[in-house]
Write a protein of this length. Structure first.
Length: 486
């Protein structure tokens, strides 16, 4: 029984199979129903990542706001399924941050150049691990600033409109900040956002975008599009876009292509260099667990680097510059002559914050301690298990003619089109459901107008967490039957 569970956790041995069928085979082999707690416990026992949970500070019911301690045991683990919004704290983060505070107190300004994390180049210590997660060469990645700042810096360089090509293509329902960035960049360059943004919207009555519609939009408007900015994973629906195809199609029409990877980095497989993505930016406080307001990152493909463009006798990329973007060797000679650091490092403006780099380092060390494929293997089955239980709950409600308990999963059922997150809608106000779940120690989030996002992160979530969420949601929906129907 244990061997079958372990074998099935390997994605490589079941390429092309849906997670529900894999889970069903494990269930049949073990003689345990998928809807029984014993199945979740079996999966956890055979989980190769079961020990990584102990590397994170996992919240207890008693420490969370909004929990009804008459409904749960105070010292039990909460059901934390909100890594898509804020990842949990790596336990070593406290040690690394305190180490830098101690150094500051003991040596003052000398901390810039001594210790295990010299402040003057502390970001260098997280670049290689970050590059591995996004599928890039180290000189294509800079760890700096924040997501929106980095998008502005990249668009200031990459969006070069002219009379023929001046439009930016994006999702109609991209995260609001991306809309603000795009609209303000268009205005900064002297164009009108109302006529310069090409929006791609879902079809009538649908929540997710079809790839054929995205590609058709590029084909139709490509001659006018200067730049395409898309999400890697859509924040509201959890849809994973085919970044490789979008990039290829955009390039074929002469467009620059970039991505906001806020919900993708640390969540799905990325190969930015091989996909020839022009640029990308991300935050690190979601699946990368760096803490609220954590330092951001950006990707800038090698073919845009000054050295490569010089070889091709092309003009260098124009960018906004700061002192910290100049070569480290000459930075402290205090000269005013332009001598940018090679590659993505040239985008850096100011000295990096070591107290923000420290917790990211603690998290990236966990990622580096395992194979990312192992994380993806677990993620596929963990999210597939959540999907199965949610569908079971909804189907049972349909059979029993309980319309309030019928739910819809907006996230694509095709596992190749999603990561950890499932977005669900209900026939009752999601704010009320969210508050009722919180009373039982469930941490997920709601997004207006009608979505609850649930994201089991494979680094620290278990199959038992998913089962407990299923039970909690069942209790909530049954209680609302009385309120809304009874």
């Amino acid at each position: 029984m244990e061997a079958s569970g372990t074998d099935e956790l390997s994605v490589e041995s079941r390429d092309g199979q849906c997670p529900e069928r894999v889970l069903g085979r494990i269930s049949d082999s073990a003689g345990v129903k998928l809807t029984d707690l014993a199945f979740a416990q079996l999966m956890d026992k055979n989980d190769p990542l079961r020990e990584t949970r102990s590397k994170f500070a996992y919240p207890k019911n008693i420490t969370l706001p909004g929990v009804d301690l008459t409904m749960v045991l105070p010292d039990d683990d909460a059901i934390y399924l909100c890594g898509n919004s804020l990842g949990l704290m790596p336990r070593n983060a406290r040690y690394y941050v305190n180490r830098e505070l101690d150094k500051w107190s003991e040596v003052g300004v000398f901390g810039h150049f001594i210790g295990e994390l010299p402040w003057a180049k502390c970001d260098d210590y997280v670049v290689e691990a970050s590059a591995r997660l996004v599928g890039a060469h180290p000189d294509e990645v800079a760890v700096m600033s924040s997501l929106t700042v980095n998008l502005h810096l990249l668009l200031a360089s990459m969006y070069r409109p002219d009379r023929k090509r001046y439009k930016i293509m994006m999702e109609s329902k991209a995260f609001p900040s991306d809309h603000y960035v795009v609209a303000s960049q268009i205005k900064f360059h002297g164009y009108d956002p109302d006529t310069s943004i090409v929006h791609v919207a879902p079809r009538e009555g649908q929540a997710v975008l079809l790839m054929e519609d995205i590609l058709e939009c590029i084909e139709k408007h490509g001659e006018e599009i200067a730049l395409i900015l898309f999400s890697g994973v859509q924040y509201y629906t959890g849809q994973l876009f085919d970044m490789k195809r979008i990039t290829e199609t955009g390039h074929a029409k002469g467009c620059i292509v970039g991505f906001d990877l806020a919900h993708a980095v640390g969540n799905v497989a990325l190969k930015l260099h091989d996909w020839n993505v022009d640029f990308a930016a991300w935050c690190t406080y979601k699946y990368l667990n760096s803490g609220a307001g954590g330092i951001g990152g950006l990707f800038f493909h090698q073919r845009w680097h000054d050295g490569h463009r010089k070889e091709l006798q092309m003009d260098p990329v124009c960018r906004f510059e700061g002192w910290w973007g100049h070569s480290f060797e000459k930075r402290f000679t205090m000269g005013n002559k332009r001598d940018l650091a090679p590659g993505a490092g040239g985008f850096k403006l100011s000295n990096p914050p070591p107290l923000l780099v420290a917790p990211l380092l603690a998290s990236l060390e966990i990622f580096d301690s395992l194979k990312f494929q192992t994380l993806l293997d677990k993620q596929l089955l963990l999210t597939g298990y959540l999907e199965f239980l949610l569908k079971t709950l909804s189907k049972q409600a349909e059979v029993e003619n309980r319309p309030i308990s019928v739910l819809e999963i907006l996230t694509p059922s095709d596992s190749s089109q999603r990561g950890c997150q499932l977005s669900i809608t209900l026939r009752i106000p999601v704010a009320e459901v969210h508050a009722a779940l919180m009373k039982q120690g469930v941490v997920c989030d709601e997004r207006k107008p009608r979505v609850i996002r649930v994201a089991p992160a494979p680094l620290y979530n278990s199959f038992t967490d998913v089962f407990r969420f299923y039970q909690a949601l069942k209790v909530v929906l049954e209680s609302f039957e009385t309120v809304y129907v009874g």
